[in-house]
Design a protein around this ligand. Sequence first.
Ligand SMILES: [Ca+2]
Length: 265
Amino acid sequence: MTRVIAAICAAVIGVIAASSMATAVAAPAIPWELVDVRPHDPRAFTQGLVAHRGELLESTGDCCPQGTGQSSIRRVDPATGRVLAIRYLPAPVWAEGVTVLRGVAWQLTWFDGVAYRVSPNSLRRVATLRYPREGWGITTQGGRLVASDGTARLRWLRARDLRVTRTVVVRDGGRPVDRLNELELIGGLIWANVWPGNRIALIRPRDGAVRGWLDLSGLRSRIAPGADVLNGIARDPVTGNVIVTGKNWNRMFVIRLPTTPGATG
Ligand SMILES: [Ca+2]
C-alpha cells in the first residue's frame, strides 16, 4: 500500500513539475517581413494608432521641445503620412492611446483622470468620462475596450461607462510582462508595445499568456537618429498587414508575419 501511495505521489509530482516547466517556457521570437516604408510626421509624439475607414487615427501626447507642445488627435493618410485633419487638446492634457469601437473613437489620457469619446470624422470630443487610473494603450476585443496602464495588467472595459469587466496579468513563461503600452488586436491576439524598447508582445486574451515576441529593433536604422521609442500599431483591415511607427519617427513601416502563433493554443 505504501508503495502504491508513493507511486501516486511521484506521478502527481511529475505532473506538477511538467506543468510548471511548460508554463516556465518563454515565448519564441516571431519572424517578420518589411513590406513598405512610408512617411510619418516627425512632430507626432505617437501614443496610439488605429485604422479606420481607409485612414489612420493617431493620438499624440504633449512632450518634448521638438513636439507641438499640445496633445492631438489626427486623421492620417496611411499611404503618404499626410495629416488630413488635426484637433488639439487643451494643455496640459496628455493624450495617450486611441481605438475605435462600433464607429466611436476612444482616446485615453495619461494621468488626467478622464477618457474621451471622440467622433472619428470630425475629431470632436463628444463625451468625457471618468477614468480613475493611468491611461496608456487601448484596443478592442470581444465587444469591449481593452486598456493598458503601464503595468503587466490589461483591463476589459464596457464602453457605456468604462466599468472594468475583466482583468488579466500578462505573463511570459510565468513572469509578468511589465510596462505594456500601445495595443492592437490582430488575428485574435493582442499586440502590445513594451515601453521603452523595440519589442512587441503577442498576447492571448483568454489568459494573458505571451505567445510570441516581435523584435523590431532592425527598424531603428531606417529612421532619423534621435527619435524616441517604438509606439504605434495599426492593422490594415484591407491587406491584413500591420503598420508600426514610433514617437517622433519620420517613417512608418508596413510589416507582415509569414506565420502567426494561434490565439487558442
Ligand atoms: Ca493601436
